[in-house]
Ligand binder design. Structure first.
Ligand code: MD3
Ligand code: FE
Length: 209
């Protein structure tokens, strides 16, 4: 379903075994070489914890080394994730050429415990305006998808469940968005997450080493 120009929601795109496999990957990345951590924004730790692959994100900047964590280099962006991103863009847009041109080089992997939130923001740290592909695993969240002007109305609240995939491209790429709430105990059996929610967002940074 296209909920706004360039914003395509693919509910239940991931099977339960795929979700469980991805949840294990997330747990592995969280363990290191750069451990998952709450990034600090204007002196305050975020309630969400983040670990990255490909490029390391810290508020307002990308680098290869996690200079704000332990200085280690982040793991290489997996080739399977490039293929997965392309398959999702192809399904969302029906445009094979656009899918082949999509080469994500970073993923931010966010973990939400039941109390975590993410305030309304735009993703503007990337130089490329290629689509962001989002994968949700675990508890359902209330995701707020807004407008490109400000963090206020109009916005739409959407329940994103385990296995849901979203593509944010075109005019939606710079829309404000956030996570209002995590629904406790809502993860489906077998998804690989008991409590909380993983979200993987693939992106093209537009940076060259
Ligand atoms: C719309 N993550 O990592 S995913 C983020 O659930 C982020 O962890 C949220 O916002 C999460 O920056 C939301 C959905 C999402 C991700 C990126 C977007 C929506 C987006 C970029 C542009 C527009
Ligand atoms: Fe975001």
């Amino acid at each position: 379903e296209e909920i706004a120009p360039g914003a395509v929601w693919l509910p239940g795109w991931l099977t339960i075994p795929q979700q469980a496999w991805l949840a294990r990957q997330c747990a592995q990345w969280a363990a290191g070489p750069v451990p998952i951590r709450s990034a600090t924004v204007r002196g305050h730790p975020m309630s969400v914890k983040t670990v990255c692959v490909g490029w390391h994100w810290r508020p307002y900047a990308y680098s290869r080394d996690a200079v704000d964590v332990n200085g280690q280099r982040v793991v290489e962006f997996p080739k399977w994730m490039v293929r997965l991103g392309r398959r999702i863009v192809a399904d969302a847009t029906g445009d094979e050429d656009r899918a082949l041109a999509y080469t994500p080089d970073t993923a931010l992997i966010n973990f939400y415990d039941v109390q975590a939130r993410m305030g309304m923001h735009q993703d503007k740290d990337e130089k490329s305006l290629a689509p962001v592909v989002s994968l949700s695993i675990g508890d359902t969240c209330t995701f707020r998808f807004g407008n490109t002007e400000n963090r206020n109305r109009p916005y739409r609240d959407i329940a994103l469940a385990s296995g849901d995939v979203f593509v944010f491209g075109g005019p939606s790429r710079l829309a404000f968005h956030g996570v209002q709430k995590i629904h406790a105990e809502s993860a489906p059996d077998g998804c690989g997450v008991e409590h909380g929610r993983w979200n993987i967002t693939m992106r093209e940074t537009g940076f060259a080493d």
